[in-house]
Ligand binder design. Structure first.
Ligand code: PEP
Ligand code: MG
Length: 845
């Protein structure tokens, strides 16, 4: 770039053909709403700096950035049209906000094939956002050579400072927008909205009835509790205010990625009920306190009341910059702590709760609140405490129970940072043995660090079955009750109680006979468990000499390690989704390679590792892969269908899996297979990536049988795949046409239905005809009642939940395969689940 006092020359950021901005097929650019400049139809795919300057803004989705030149010109570089929707897929940002760059320095790499495959144009715009600084500009024509050709000659009028002041003063307000989303701006549309808002430099607010919230903050948007039919406005202040208003208003009107049906009206709004907390159960028996079941199980123990320590903070701050630095350091350290905590939790899905805490630490509204406190002369701990407390209270007041429940997460992460700021060490709870904890609320961090040797269960007066504490309690396998009657807080420490997590009841003053009855049951179960554990290493061979592989269903590395300790003979199902969920961009190849390889190494070359490729979509959306909301997500673009529709993401995963081949007996498995074409296409990709990587290991490729058509046609599929694993959870829902999560159908959606058992039998028959093995990895494999019939049908492998491994192995060792075959042929002739269950229960007695 060359410049004089009056003019600046900006170099072409890409090679390609210059295109006049007016002809760009996007009115935002063609009508110069963002500013004037030039567009390039690119032939290169590394965006270069058109001038020396500072990167003053990068979008979270990496498709655009702003470079401010030494003269104060704000040059917005926008790769492609509508590419914000790709949520970062296909883009690699090479610079960070605040970084100084030289002219010609590489800024962003992008994959034009991904952009085109997703139906977007790669036409790239370079525009001046603060046009007030400019008297005139001359865009180039013809061919551009990246970093060499002058793309734009800009004549300046004023100093940057003057122009910037003018730009900042730009502000705009949208018309009233009626919210079309049936359940308002809940977490998912709020995330879509905040992500788009973050692509603009302007300060952006949502306004409802005079109340405002930061549109770049997910929690801020949720906190406004915008309901279906509510009228809101978008307000923006800054250089791209007009463009922001236009784009965001359109996004909100279209439902922020949700399918919303007919436009909302106030009347329709009244018809949609906000999820409200269920009334708290109340006991009529003075010796029993009731709550909501948060985690099942029984425990007899003594009450231990937990009260939260008060952290003292100084109100007045030192120099604001110093306080700000303290806050930044504490936030950084908290992020590291959470990273460690995530690694310590065996269930990776639960570890994601702490990933969400990490995101809260970056929430712009929360940070703004804290920083404005510091600017107002407060100390960092004082400002931070005020910010997160106000924020948590705001959420706790929401009528929506799930959103209100997130207040506890904010308090938890808030206190973590506060302890770091004040140097107050987390006082480890001095819990006596056999303790049943009672608290108003336990934070997810408290719950994750409970001493399992001393704590037998817990009850909280706050929270509900959907709270993160409840989810953690279930993953720790510890009985728990949430929302228990307040009277629990008055129970004296040391009082003996029976906690029934399954029923959600806490029984005071139990009789000796009652306590003894429960202790006896627990002792028998513990003795049996000890025997099973002692024999866990022995293979699962039936009394007539048939070896059944008992392997694990896992969700991450810790599960793999524990499964080996419990005698697991391998992994029959690695649910790889845990790597993809609850994050804003797809995991890259290196990250995936590391985790698959670590898991394979934990198993070793003698054990099997079956990695299931990504199984999400529909009901489990990925924020960085926009998919239209579906009316029937379980029948929509999920599992293999989604992967084949996003081939680059799929190939990245395949390569990462293949790189783990040297460390264990690697198997790749595709979920939700419904047709042979899907298998062929996916297998072709594996073969191509394998050849490209030069992997010579014999990597087996198999499919999940979850769709009835696949079970029926297993003999045909068996010609083209190496193995099958039957996902009975999905196979049952698709066979019986009953949603697997439907509360009212839970008892009927039974995998022991004779129809499902017959499909399992068909699968085995078809597979064995071609010498292929069949596993079962659905929940039924861990059910002791079902094991004899599965063996009798001829299943070769049972992939079970990690804690169930020793018990299932012990069970197989007691069985006779020939007897099981007879049992299976009898059961397959039955007409109802009730008959099947009665027969199997009799056998178990
Ligand atoms: C199944 O459907 O049985 C299965 C194992 O897959 P998931 O539960 O992960 O859908
Ligand atoms: Mg499934």
């Amino acid at each position: 770039m060359t410049s004089s006092n009056q003019s600046v020359e900006l170099l072409a950021p890409l090679s390609g053909l210059f295109v006049p901005l007016e002809t760009v097929p996007d009115p935002v650019f063609a009508q110069k709403m963002v500013g004037d400049g030039v567009s390039i139809d690119p032939t290169s795919n590394t965006l270069l700096a058109p001038a020396a300057g500072t990167i003053t803004q990068v979008t979270a989705t990496s498709h655009a950035l702003t470079l401010t030149t030494e003269q104060g010109l704000q040059v917005l570089l926008h790769i492609g049209l509508d590419t914000v929707m790709l949520k970062g897929e296909g883009f690699r940002m090479l610079v960070a906000e605040g970084q100084k760059v030289a002219a010609g320095q590489a800024l962003v790499e992008f994959d034009d094939q991904i952009i085109s495959a997703r139906g977007k144009s790669t036409l790239t715009e370079m525009v001046i956002a603060n046009g007030d600084l400019v008297t005139s500009m001359t865009p180039a024509r013809g061919f551009a050579h990246a970093g060499k050709t002058v793309a734009l000659t800009v004549n300046l009028v004023a100093t940057a400072a003057q122009a910037n002041a003018a730009a900042v003063a730009d502000s705009a307000l949208s018309d009233l927008i009626v919210i079309p989303n049936p359940t308002g701006l809940h977490a998912r549309p709020a995330a879509v909205l905040a992500n788009m808002a973050k692509t603009f430099t302007s300060d952006i607010k949502l306004v409802r009835n005079g109340e405002e919230s930061n549109a770049k903050s997910v929690v801020g948007i949720m906190g406004l509790e915008v309901q279906h039919g509510d009228e809101i406005r978008v307000k923006a202040t800054g250089p791209d205010a007009a463009q922001a208003i236009k784009a965001l208003a359109e996004l909100i009107r279209s439902g922020c990625g949700e399918e919303c049906g007919a436009p909302a009206s106030a009347a329709a709004a009244q018809a949609v009920a906000t999820p409200r907390p269920a009334p708290k159960p109340q006991s009529t028996d003075p010796n029993t306190l009731l709550g909501v079941s948060a985690s099942p199980g029984l425990a007899v123990g003594q009450i231990f009341q937990v009260r939260q320590e008060v952290i003292e903070v100084r109100e007045a701050g030192d120099d604001a910059q110093l306080e700000r630095r303290r806050l930044d350091e504490a936030l950084k350290e908290a992020r590291t702590q959470l990273e460690t905590l995530k690694g310590e939790i065996s269930d990776a899905n639960k570890a994601e709760i702490f990933a969400a805490h990490q995101e809260l630490l970056a929430d712009p509204e929360l940070l703004d609140l804290a920083i404005s406190g510091i600017s107002g002369g407060k100390s960092a701990p004082f400002a931070w405490r005020a910010a997160f407390t106000a924020y948590a209270e705001k959420l706790a007041r929401l009528k929506n129970e799930v959103l209100a429940g997130r207040a506890n997460d904010i308090r938890d992460v808030g206190r973590r940072v506060l302890r770091l700021l004040t140097g107050v060490k987390e006082a480890a709870l001095q819990v006596p043995e056999n303790a049943i904890l009672i608290a108003e609320d336990l934070t997810p961090s408290d719950t994750a660090s409970l001493d399992r040797n001393r704590v037998l269960g817990f009850c909280t007066t706050g929270g509900g079955a959907t709270s993160h504490v409840a989810i953690l309690a279930r993953s720790l396998n510890i009985p728990a009750i949430c929302g228990i009657e307040e009277a629990a807080l008055q129970l004296v420490d040391g009082t003996t109680v029976i906690l029934d997590g399954t029923r959600g009841s806490l029984r005071k003053n139990p009789s000796d006979v009652e306590v003894q009855g429960i202790r006896d049951r627990q002792a028998t179960m513990a003795a049996r468990r000890a025997e099973e554990l002692a024999a866990a290493e022995l293979p699962a061979v039936t009394t007539d000499g048939v070896h059944i592989e008992v392997v694990a269903n896992i969700g991450g590395l810790t599960d793999a390690q524990v499964s080996v300790k419990l005698g697991g003979e391998g992994v029959g199902l690695l649910r790889s989704e845990f790597l993809y969920l609850e994050r804003t961009n797809a995991p890259d190849e290196a990250e995936q390679t590391a985790i698959y390889s670590d898991i394979a190494k934990a198993l070793g070359t003698e054990r099997t590792l079956v990695v299931r490729t990504l199984d999400v979509g529909g009901d489990k959306p990925l924020p960085y892969l926009p998919m239209p909301a579906e009316e029937n997500p379980f029948l929509g673009v999920r599992g293999i269908r989604l992967c084949l529709a996003a081939p680059e993401m799929f190939r990245t995963q395949i390569r990462a899996i293949l790189r783990a081949a040297p460390y264990s007996k690697l198997h790749i498995m595709f979920p939700m297979i419904a047709s042979l074409e899907e298998v062929r296409e996916a297998k072709q990709m594996v073969a191509e990536e394998k050849a490209a990587l030069g992997v010579s290991a014999d990597v087996k490729v198999g499919i999940m049988v979850e769709v009835p058509s696949t079970a029926v046609m297993s003999e045909i599929f068996a010609r083209e795949v190496d193995f099958f694993s039957i996902g009975t959870n999905d196979l049952t829902q698709y066979t019986l046409a009953m949603d697997r999560g439907h509360p009212k159908l839970a008892r009927q959606a039974d995998a022991l239905h004779p129809g499902v058992l017959r499909l399992i039998a068909m699968t085995v028959k078809g597979a064995h005809a071609h010498g292929k093995w069949v596993g079962v990895c659905g929940g039924i494999a861990s059910d002791p009642l079902a094991v004899p019939v599965l063996l009798g049908i001829g299943v070769d492998e049972l992939s079970v939940s990690v804690p169930a491994i020793p018990a299932i192995k012990a069970m197989v060792r007691k069985m006779n395969k020939a007897d099981c075959v007879k049992l299976a042929s009898e059961v397959l002739q039955m007409g109802t689940v009730a008959e099947v269950r009665a027969r199997l229960t009799k056998l178990a007695e």
